[in-house]
Write a protein that binds this ligand. Structure first.
Ligand code: ZN
Length: 261
């Protein structure tokens, strides 16, 4: 969905109940939250009793409450312990024009030594392939050009969203900053809205893992995510560069080896 059409959608949606302190432009935008894993897809095992699929849903529910309290509309790709294919997550996220798509995950490392927060956007090469695929579906050179422009704009906006969320998580929580990175996470391919995948912390780390299960810490994470999303939606502006050193290797050895992302 090009941003002009998304804006039109906001206008056509008409007046709603909006807190007086929130700018109207941001008030009725739709934010899609994608709690990673679910059902038989457990995600990474936690340090104590929970699996990744439970932590991602718990944080998503907290964040959804916060977003709604601030006047945003929220769509959760799953609202319960349910298995969803990546294709179904993408389909649900594209059902309505959305301002942002955030897939929530918790990390794990082979020797359980890693900690910190990282936020991913789609690898530009994968984004390009997706754009061409969309253009083939639409047909014609104008459609191809529009698809290319949309893909480039969507990726720039995804990087801006990723940076806002990463900065907020690091500054509000004092988490180790593993940076904004690019990878071929399949759940981000095909999403129309600016899309990021947030690894909120390492579920298997001796200190960080148990913290991720604590309600008070989940509230902090949700608050940091809210502030990052708000900053992204309220401020336009230049796109921060993703430096070469921040570019992640293809992560098949680590996250991609897990059931799916
Ligand atoms: Zn995950």
């Amino acid at each position: 969905m090009p941003p002009v059409l998304a804006c039109l959608g906001v206008l056509l949606a008409g007046p709603g109940r909006v807190p007086a302190t929130e700018p109207l432009a941001a008030a009725r935008e739709l934010v899609v939250l994608d709690p990673g894993h679910g059902g038989a897809n457990l995600g990474a095992p936690g340090r104590n009793r929970l699996f990744e699929k439970q932590i991602t849903l718990q944080v998503a529910e907290r964040l959804a409450r916060l977003l709604r309290a601030h006047g945003y509309r929220v769509l959760l790709t799953r609202q319960r312990d349910q298995y969803l294919t990546l294709r179904e997550r993408v389909r649900r996220s594209n059902a309505q024009p959305a301002a942002a798509f955030i897939s929530l995950h918790a990390n794990a490392s082979p020797d359980h030594s890693q900690r910190g927060v990282e936020t991913f956007v789609l690898d530009p090469q994968v984004a390009e392939v997706e754009a061409r695929r969309a253009a083939r579906r639409a047909g014609g050179p104008v459609a191809a050009l529009l698809a290319d422009l949309h893909a480039a704009h969507q990726l720039q906006e995804s990087i801006r969203l990723a940076r806002a969320i990463q900065d907020s998580l690091v500054s509000l929580r004092g988490a180790v900053d593993r940076g904004v990175r690019q990878a071929d996470h399949d759940v981000l391919a095909g999403v129309q809205a600016p899309a990021v995948l947030v690894e909120m912390g390492f579920i298997d780390h001796v200190v960080e893992g148990p913290l991720l299960e604590e309600p008070a810490v989940q509230d902090q994470i949700a608050q940091a995510l809210l502030e990052g999303i708000q900053r992204f939606l309220q401020e336009g502006g230049p796109v921060p560069a993703v430096s070469g050193s921040e570019r992640a290797p293809r992560r098949r050895g680590l996250n991609m080896a897990r059931a799916d992302h």
